[in-house]
Design a protein around this ligand. Sequence first.
Ligand SMILES: Cc1cc2nc3c(=O)[nH]c(=O)nc-3n(C[C@H](O)[C@H](O)[C@H](O)COP(=O)(O)OP(=O)(O)OC[C@H]3O[C@@H](n4cnc5c(N)ncnc54)[C@H](O)[C@@H]3O)c2cc1C
Length: 378
Amino acid sequence: MLPRTLFESEHQQFREAVRRFFAQELTPNIPRWEAQGQVDKDFWRACGAQGILCPDMPEAYGGAGLDFRANAIVLEETSYTGSATPAFGVHSDIVAHYLLKYAQEDLRRTWIPRMVDGSAIACICMTEPGGGSDLKAIRTTAVREGDGWRINGAKTFITNGVTADIAVIAARTGAEPGAKGISLFFCETDRPGYKVGRKLDKVGQHSSDVAEIFFDDLRVPADYLLGAENQGFVLMMQELPQERMSIAVTAHSAAQRAYDLTVDYVKQRQAFGHTLLEFQNTRFVLADLRTKLQVGWTHLDACIAALLQGKLTTDQAASAKLFHTELRSEVTDACVQLFGGYGYMNEYEIARLWKDTRIQRIYGGSSEIMKELISRAI
Ligand SMILES: Cc1cc2nc3c(=O)[nH]c(=O)nc-3n(C[C@H](O)[C@H](O)[C@H](O)COP(=O)(O)OP(=O)(O)OC[C@H]3O[C@@H](n4cnc5c(N)ncnc54)[C@H](O)[C@@H]3O)c2cc1C
């Protein structure tokens, strides 16, 4: 890998502290969390104590006042453990930013510090059973009633859905169809009417709890509206570049992990009296992947730098999400091939990486939707 110029020495220290902490507290727990289908809530609090959650939140709200580089380090190091969880991206990179930018001051002061210390876990409820790609078609309704809002509807595929203490909800508030009538709301998940449905049985990412959520006459106060009424779609579009970078960073680090594991493996595994690395096919496959990973890191850092300057455009972020998640698929699939039958055994980390990979081309906007967005800029 080429030297990365995006990070300062203080970031390097932060990275080393995160890596040490994960080696002790995350890696040994992965098999147990995978089996139980979720991460222990205590682990979130331990991460909070280490300054790992929402590191870019301002000090006034309990954060470390850093920037997205610190968030990227947390994502990279999490992914590089070979685990898809905890879902720090949803919590730190998405929900915390909706609260910081669009919530009333009381809500910000109450909840951001709890997100930072890990006592409140967050989820975001956009996707509905009727469709995820077409966010304009949201059918959940929020109706103004007295001093609050009454919300009814159903969401699905919600990451942290079982463990979350707080949620951001997208609902239809306007009579106008399409994007214009959508608003966003904050909500505590223990309010009457907020109901967690099934924890969904996924192909991979087993330690990430993903659930159905139902709103059955859920009432929230008027000031739980985030931003202005009927402006929810605009807010979502503004936040998407960072959400997409969060997925791109995770994808690239996991691809690097798969590559590194495979290099170690092919140096040891023997066939026909040679190590696998001695076969030209193995060396050429790995040379190809290594080249793409190197180019990818440089691209990732350039996108993060643009994001920090507020200059990363919607189509550039979509390209990053598209490129890095597709690359992760290519890399992990080629790596499983080099592991042979062992690559298909659940006890091998490469098998988990491969299964965890597939969803990244779908969630957070599918590859096809990314191409739609990119093509609009042509
Ligand atoms: C594990 C997991 C975690 C998730 N976490 C969250 C979460 O925390 N919060 C949340 O709100 N959502 C979450 N999602 C939902 C996710 O973002 C959606 O699944 C995704 O956006 C796709 O929506 P869909 O599943 O309804 O597929 P559909 O929208 O039905 O799409 C099906 C297929 O049609 C294609 N397609 C759709 N429209 C077009 C088009 N215009 N042109 C070309 N092709 C098109 C899609 O690319 C896809 O291949 C999660 C999903 C999963 C599986």
